[in-house]
Design a protein. Structure first.
Lengths: 163, 93
């Protein structure tokens, strides 16, 4: 178990990256605030927690992923909420296009892509985070990539991203 | 095209896109509580959970207590009814 001080420092170091992940997936700043707070509260209350920083980080991402999944299930009937929540201001046009395109994907696709590409998590970690079968991650991730590629093509951004 | 048709070029585009997304500035700022506040909240929740654990046997036994009290009251009433009937005519006549 880590000391309170160590947990506090861990929170200060990682809260923002967890928040960014949750926000990019949910497209809702209030949800992100709630989920991240809940995830860290659960970590602070956990009797057994991984002692190393990386393990702890994965643990928080897993809790956050589970909380996101719980909200998806509760809000499945309200799927139109996401496109409405797409950010409209801040940043350059190019950044805005990137953010808007990402927001058009389904929440699960966003979570899969973020964990795989930004957090660099393994398929096993992603499966635990999103509560999906280990064998399904490869297929789901592949489909998410294909949907993103199709979106980029439809928006005429594909060629611009090719180097 | 299906998911299986992803070419290395597609993979590279997706990867570049995700790196741009990672670098894109956030349009809102997180409103996260201060570390002390979160720690205090965690402590309060822990204390609340501990209290609930201690209270659990009391809460579980409460319905049995109520049932036993009601049964005792009913029994007492049942026993006292004959003597009550004896007492009423004496008062009235």
């Amino acid at each position: 178990m880590l000391t309170e001080r160590a947990l506090g420092e861990f929170y200060q170091r990682h809260a923002r990256s967890v928040w960014t992940y949750v926000y990019r997936v949910t497209n809702d700043a209030f949800d992100a605030d709630d989920i991240v707070q809940e995830a860290f509260l659960r970590l602070f209350q956990a009797d057994v927690a991984p002692a190393d920083e990386e393990g702890l980080r994965k643990y928080v991402f897993r809790i956050a992923g589970n909380l996101i999944a719980d909200r998806w299930r509760r809000r499945k009937r309200d799927e139109r909420r996401d496109p409405e929540a797409v950010p409209t201001e801040g940043g350059e046009q190019r950044d805005l296009d990137v953010v808007r395109t990402f927001a058009e994907l389904k929440p699960r696709d966003r979570a899969l892509l973020w964990l795989a590409y930004v957090e660099g998590e393994t398929h096993e970690d992603i499966a635990t985070s999103l509560r999906v079968g280990r064998g399904s991650v490869k297929v789901l991730l592949s489909r998410a990539r294909a949907r993103l590629r199709d979106l980029l093509t439809a928006r005429g951004m594909f060629q611009g991203l090719k180097k | 095209m299906t998911a299986d048709d992803l070419t290395p070029a597609d993979e590279q585009v997706v990867s570049t896109f995700m790196q741009r997304l990672r670098a894109a500035p956030l349009d809102v700022s997180p409103r996260m509580p201060a570390t002390d506040v979160l720690m205090l909240k965690a402590q309060l929740i822990r204390r609340w959970d501990a209290q609930q654990k201690v209270r659990l046997p009391i809460d579980v036994m409460e319905p049995f207590e109520m049932a036993a009290t009601l049964a005792a009251a009913a029994l007492l009433l049942f026993w006292s009814i004959p003597s009550a009937f004896d007492w009423i005519p004496r008062v009235m006549f």
